[in-house]
Design a binder for this molecule. Structure first.
Ligand code: MG
Length: 321
């Protein structure tokens, strides 16, 4: 079963593990519909120090992802299955996403800012301060359908010199929103110790935010988004996650939440929109972030420690990247 396989060394270069994929665990019968009986876990790449921030570019058939300590953004190309450098130096980039025009939005630790890469390749700073104080180290980013860019600022990137520059925070940890019209940066949620991964429900009525800074309890929070999209109701626990700490998350089009789970299970843990745990996809390394991609949006890409893993599912990702 998955636990036995998980503890053995799998030959990723020449994998003959029998289907069905042993890393996939159906916990609730409702998860079965998303599991393909003849699709297996693949390791697409290894050779980084700590990967995060996967973003799928369907038009170019490639996946961008950050290798934070190595100060670079890498690109895995579907056609050739080759990984090359997209940006070096990346200012210890972490989270990546595409805005509603398809432009790359990036959180940078070193420069403590959020940037947009324009169509000509130039880089525009879209957030680097709040009320005249420097942001700590933006971590992850999600795009609302109205064009607003939401990001978390948990401060991990200034804790040490490995993923940025060690520095004292000037601001509390927070969830921010960049207004699509004015470009103004505003705090939308505080109170989480280290707000980390974030994603909207497919109908944009809820924002999920993980808090990886508190284990009392380990939890994923949910905030109702106002009708005009510019504010959040008070956050509530969506689910406690036991021994697991959550970083990146994504929703599928059915509203299920696919959440990275570190330290306890090392998995992608899937909850339905009523917080019921329905399935797990185990990883042989510690997962950080995930995204759906591929031509039909049904291919899961997972950044995990030194590597990129992928598995086809019968779910479809809800967001562009
Ligand atoms: Mg993160």
């Amino acid at each position: 079963n998955f636990m036995n396989i998980n503890s053995t060394v799998r030959n990723w270069e020449k994998d003959t593990t029998p289907y069905p994929e042993p890393f996939v665990e159906v916990i609730d019968e409702s998860f079965k519909r998303y599991v393909l009986g003849n699709a297996g876990m693949e390791r697409l790449y290894t050779g980084s120090r700590w990967t995060e921030g996967p973003a799928w570019f369907g038009d170019g058939r490639y996946l961008l992802f950050s290798d934070i300590p190595n100060n670079r953004i890498l690109r895995w190309t579907e056609e050739t299955e080759i990984v090359s450098e997209y940006r070096n130096p990346s200012n210890n980039a972490n989270g990546n996403a595409r805005d509603n025009l398809g432009r790359l939005i990036t959180c940078e630790h070193l420069t403590r800012r959020v940037t947009r890469t324009e169509f000509d390749g130039s880089i525009t700073i879209i957030a680097d301060s709040f009320k005249n104080s420097k942001l700590n180290a933006p971590n992850d980013v999600a795009i609302h359908k109205d064009g607003a860019i939401w990001f978390t600022d948990p401060g991990y990137g200034i804790l040490n010199n490995y993923e940025g520059d060690r520095s004292e925070p000037e601001l509390p940890t927070a969830v921010y929103r960049i207004d699509p019209s004015s470009g103004a940066v505003a705090v939308k949620a505080t109170g989480l110790v280290r707000p980390n991964g974030l994603c909207f429900s497919p109908d944009f009525t809820n924002l999920y935010v993980s808090d990886s800074g508190s284990n009392n309890p380990n939890a994923i929070y949910v905030y109702q988004v106002s009708n005009n999209g510019d504010s959040l109701a008070e956050g509530k626990i969506f689910t406690e996650t036991g021994e697991d700490s959550t970083d990146g998350m994504r929703c599928d089009t059915d509203g299920n939440l696919w959440a990275s789970a570190q330290r306890g299970t090392n998995s992608i843990t899937i909850y339905n929109d009523s917080s019921v745990l329905i399935g797990r996809i185990y990883l042989p390394e510690v997962p950080s972030n995930l995204t759906f991609g591929g031509h039909k949006g049904n291919r899961l890409f997972i950044t995990a420690s030194r590597s990129i893993y992928s598995i086809y599912t019968d779910a479809t990702g809800a967001s562009l990247s």
